[in-house]
Design a protein. Structure first.
Ligand code: 13P
Length: 247
């Protein structure tokens, strides 16, 4: 039985004050229905790690460098994140692929760097609206998965998040049927990749997950949780999604 996982991706939002108040509300509620992690911006990570110490809420970063260390101005190494107390890191988010030109090869290198540092990667895959309309959605996500995972030295702790680009921040959500169909396909592709235990891996859905659509998404047999953007910035909404995941 796979345990549910709900991850907050706060993206480039927040201040020290808002992080304190949001985490205060989440910690007071102490959600246990599902595993929970929050991914603040780099500059709020150490505040979040300190606040969540000793709680059931884990902390992750939104990205990491492909390199272990060195002359990479502005980059943050996975080992630095692990040293800070992070447990997870998101790699391959579509906003990184879209705005920073990240290729599957770079995502693979980041994933390897994360695993080498002892972080559990959350690998994001997903197709654009044009790709879905052209009937290419399954081929696109399969290529993203294979590109990031084949040849990886170890895939310990890996979680995959399916985030259709057309559903991110748009208010459009994949229907539970569309999401389930893709999650079942992801599990099929994952089963062929050496080192992956596809039956045990949590598969998260992301893209306009809200309190009013979360329960129906989580009813699908291959949807094990969510990667939540906008709704994760409002404690009540995020906690309601966590509750739905554990129901
Ligand atoms: P929204 O929930 O705001 O659509 O964002 C989804 C996402 O990109 C999470 O990583």
């Amino acid at each position: 039985m796979r345990r549910s996982l709900v991850v907050a991706n706060w993206k480039m939002h927040g201040s020290r004050a808002s992080v304190e108040s949001l985490l205060g509300e989440l910690l007071a509620a102490a959600p246990t229905a599902a595993d929970v992690a929050v991914c603040p911006s780099f500059v709020h990570l150490s505040q979040a790690v300190a606040a969540c110490a000793g709680s059931a809420i884990g902390v992750g970063a939104q990205d990491c460098s492909h390199a272990a260390s060195g002359a990479y101005t502005g980059e943050v190494a996975a080992a630095m994140l692990a040293d800070l107390g992070c447990e997870r890191v998101i790699v391959g988010h579509s906003e990184r692929r879209q705005y920073h030109g990240e290729s599957d090869a770079l995502v693979a290198a980041k994933l390897n760097a994360a695993v080498a540092a002892g972080l559990a990667p959350i690998l994001c895959v997903g197709e654009t609206r044009e790709q879905r309309e052209a009937g290419e959605a399954q081929a696109v996500v399969a290529a993203q998965l294979r590109g990031a995972l084949e040849g990886a030295a170890s895939l310990d702790g890996l979680v995959v998040a399916y985030e259709p680009v057309w559903a991110i921040g748009t208010g459009l959500t994949a229907t539970p049927g569309q999401a389930q169909e893709m999650h079942a396909w992801l599990r099929e592709v994952l089963a062929e990749i050496p080192g992956v235990d596809a039956g045990q891996m949590p598969l998260l859905y992301g893209g306009s997950v809200k309190p009013d659509n979360a329960a129906s998404l989580f009813e699908a047999p291959d949807i094990d949780g969510a990667l939540v953007g906008g709704a994760s910035l409002v404690a009540g909404e995020f906690l309601s999604i966590v509750g739905a995941a554990g129901a």
